[in-house]
Design a protein around this ligand. Structure first.
Ligand code: UD1
Ligand code: CA
Length: 458
């Protein structure tokens, strides 16, 4: 990161072809809104107070997405072209050093590509360096016209290009590094004298050259980083590429991913070596997973911390939960909202936890709802146990000590406490505190009517 670099991110455009009520740069790929990817990339080369995002369409929402990163915003109230968009950032952007222009809808651009662009730009002391790509199908991109000296003479927009110019396969990525003082000195020379009647930022090339300055081009190594997003089809493709990039990195770091093309792992997730990620899993947000763990097929894990050796069986939905070493969860378990599950805990099928702490070695192996509860170490929760934590108005806590045995199909009416080492008989409805070491039975007594069946039949 250099203190003389700054970045302007152009993100004011509409994105009509997304056919959405949400502006283009707020659509998500790889777990983040597109513009956030670009901000995060910008922050690898410039400090936050030297990064400006130009917002326009749904300006408030885009600003809300980027300002938590500490970057500035500038408003382009009417989209009048890329040159105009950059001009709108003049007040907010630093006047010194070098200025990189990025697009809010080109999120795959890598840190390495940007670093190479800046390196060449500063080494050659160019007025501007354009990031370019050579494409088999240059489509409607602006074409790069090179001069005899190898520099860039002009960028010709597709609409304005001649047949010969359209045959050029080197295209303008739209990403540039400018000498900032020269850029700001000359930016007002851009006119709307073109078929679209827009202020074309690409005109800066000819303007700078007319003043005797050099403009360079750098061909990028991997043009897939340029993939911009115009439709939901392209959004899905970019998401796929982000997921693949992340999975590839994790695999190179020693994580086993059984069918990498089927998993969605957000960029900030960390997973330690020798953990196994089964097919069709989603691991999202700020999730951290230790070593030698396993995330079973179909599971969705969000903002959770999972320790070494934890086994998550298939089809679990886990959010905002901490799970201790070697715990066993699922299949078909749901853990939501601030749970703390201790080491070696067993949580089985159709068990739901909400705001619940389970001590080390505790078990709830089948069919239970445990909400707002604290459960001691080695306690066993029988099948069908329900904490009645809600009285229709308020939520109440259930406190269960260590080494408690809760019989099957017990109903624990909160607030209630089962002290350490107590026993609850199956089928009980518990409304009062159970003292340590006591057995609580709270159910109708059984009575047998001898010979009743024969009598009824006759
Ligand atoms: C631009 C380049 C073209 C290049 C292409 C690469 C110009 C004139 N042309 O064309 O040479 O090959 O990018 O993708 O620059 N934006 C604003 N405000 C505006 C206009 C655009 O913020 O008034 C933003 C958009 O949100 C987008 C970016 O600038 O993020 C590029 O705009 P777009 O209209 O897509 O440029 P192109 O016509 O594709
Ligand atoms: Ca029950």
């Amino acid at each position: 990161m250099s203190s003389s670099l700054s970045v302007v991110i152009l993100a004011a455009g509409f994105g009509t072809r997304m056919k959405s009520h949400t502006t283009k740069v707020l659509h998500r790929a790889g777990g983040f809104p597109l513009v956030e990817h670009v901000v995060r990339t910008a922050l690898t080369i410039a400090p936050a107070d030297r990064v400006v995002t130009v917002v326009g369409h749904q300006a408030d929402r885009v600003a809300a997405a980027v300002t938590p990163y500490g970057v500035k915003t500038a408003l382009q109230d009417v989209p009048r072209g890329t040159g105009h968009a950059l001009r709108c950032a003049r007040e907010a952007a630093p006047a010194d050093g070098h200025l990189v222009v990025l697009y809010g809808d080109v999120p795959l651009l890598s840190e390495a590509t940007l670093a190479r662009l800046i390196m060449q730009h500063t080494a050659n002391n160019a007025a501007a360096t354009v990031l370019t790509a050579v494409l088999d199908d240059p489509a409607a991109y602006g074409r790069i016209i090179r001069g005899a000296d190898g520099g860039v003479e002009a960028i010709v927009e597709f609409k304005a290009a001649s047949e010969a110019q359209r045959a050029v396969k080197e295209i303008n990525s739209g990403i540039y590094c400018f000498n900032a003082p020269l850029l700001w000195q000359h930016i007002d020379s851009i006119t709307t004298n073109n078929p679209a009647g827009e202020f074309y930022l690409t005109d800066m090339v000819e303007i700078l050259r007319a003043h005797g300055h050099r403009v360079d081009g750098q061909i990028m190594a991997d043009s897939s980083e340029l993939l911009g997003i115009n439709t939901k089809v392209e959004l899905a493709e970019v998401d796929r590429l982000f997921r693949l990039r992340k999975a590839t990195q994790l695999m190179l770091d020693g994580v086993t991913i059984e069918r990498p093309e089927t998993v969605s792992i957000d960029l900030d997730v960390t997973i330690a070596a020798d953990t196994i990620i089964e097919p069709n899993t989603r691991i999202l947000g700020n999730t951290t997973i230790g070593a030698n763990a396993r995330i079973g097929t179909g599971s969705v894990v969000t903002n959770s911390t999972i320790a070494d050796g934890v086994q998550i069986e298939p089809y679990c939905v886990i959010a905002d939960t901490e799970i201790g070493e070697a715990a066993h969860v699922g299949p078909f378990a749901r853990l939501r909202m601030n749970n703390r599950v201790g080491a070696n805990v067993h949580i089985g099928n159709f068990v739901e936890l909400k705001k619940t702490t389970m001590g080390d070695g505790a078990k709830a192996n089948h069919l239970a709802y445990l909400g707002d509860s604290t459960i001691g170490a080695k306690t066993n929760i029988g099948a069908g146990t329900i904490t009645c934590n809600y009285d229709g108005k308020l939520k109440h806590p259930t406190t269960i000590g260590a080494g408690v045995f809760v019989g099957s199909n017990s109903t624990l009416v909160a607030p209630v406490t089962l002290e350490e080492g107590s026993y609850i008989a199956a089928g009980s409805v518990i409304t009062d505190q159970v003292p340590s070491g006591a057995l609580a039975i709270a159910r109708g007594r059984q009575s047998n009517k001898d010979g009743w069946v024969a009598k009824k039949k006759s």
